[in-house]
Design a protein around this ligand. Structure first.
Ligand code: PLP
Length: 230
């Protein structure tokens, strides 16, 4: 199994590079975030041993035990919903947050970050399809709040993130990825500020996401195998 994980990682890295090249993009412009949620530190260590340093977790509580059990030179990204009462614990663990979705949460996180001497990179999560079951900014609210978000002193807002509606095939998801890129383009125009990051694409659809401009793909099960939440 150990070799399996390293081989899977190499295979995914290859597919990331090939998708970038197909799209006429520099493969270096796409980052692979290995999503290690539900997997114990020993499993994650196999990916670390294969030379990978960038990992995503969706729960602060799970990261609290996993992060200290692994080498200190790794980069940890929070990809799950951030609850206000977890901000103080999250900031020392994660250097990047993909899930800020309200001005209130952003202000609070910036205040605590200032207090702790941190300045995380932040992706603003957008609920493109307006799904009730999903977190994320509605587009109109994001347009309204963006200037205020960009003025927060201790958040480094780098771009947008989305989790599109579930689909049968990756091609069905393409329009959502395109829409996130277009939203980013229009927000850049409106504010005159750069939002270079697009956090989009998972195991089932990362190649399409890269073709549509993703700068960071979040891939878990294609590397570790199917998760068991039990
Ligand atoms: C779990 C998760 C992923 C990874 O999903 P896979 O299908 O296993 O690649 C990506 N993004 C978010 C926000 C997740 O919660």
């Amino acid at each position: 199994m150990g070799e399996g994980i390293a081989a899977n990682l190499a295979g995914i890295q290859n597919r990331v590079s090939q998708a970038a090249e197909r799209a006429g993009r520099d493969p270096e412009s796409v980052q692979l975030l290995v999503v290690s949620k539900t997997w114990p530190a020993e499993k994650v260590a196999e990916v670390v041993d294969a030379g990978h340093t960038c990992f995503g977790e969706n729960k602060v509580q799970e990261a609290e035990t996993k992060v200290p059990a692994l080498p200190g030179n790794l980069s940890w990204h929070l990809i799950g919903h951030l609850q206000r009462n977890k901000v103080r614990k999250a900031l020392p663990l994660f250097n990047t947050i993909h899930s800020i979705d309200s001005l209130k949460l952003a202000r609070y996180t910036s205040n605590i970050a200032t207090e702790l001497g941190k300045k995380p990179d932040v992706y603003l999560q957008v609920n493109l399809a307006g799904e009730e079951s999903k977190n994320g900014y509605a587009i109109a609210e994001l347009e309204r709040d963006l200037d205020d978000l960009l003025s927060l002193p201790s958040l480094n807002i780098v771009g947008l993130m989305c989790i599109p509606p579930a689909a049968e095939s990756p091609e069905d998801v393409r329009p959502w990825f395109a829409r996130l890129r277009e939203l980013r383009d229009s927000l850049q125009q409106a504010t005159g500020r750069e939002l270079p990051g697009l956090s989009m694409g998972m195991s089932s659809d990362f190649e399409v996401a890269i073709e549509e401009g993703s700068t960071i793909v979040r891939v878990g099960s294609a590397i570790f195998g199917a998760r068991n939440y039990a």
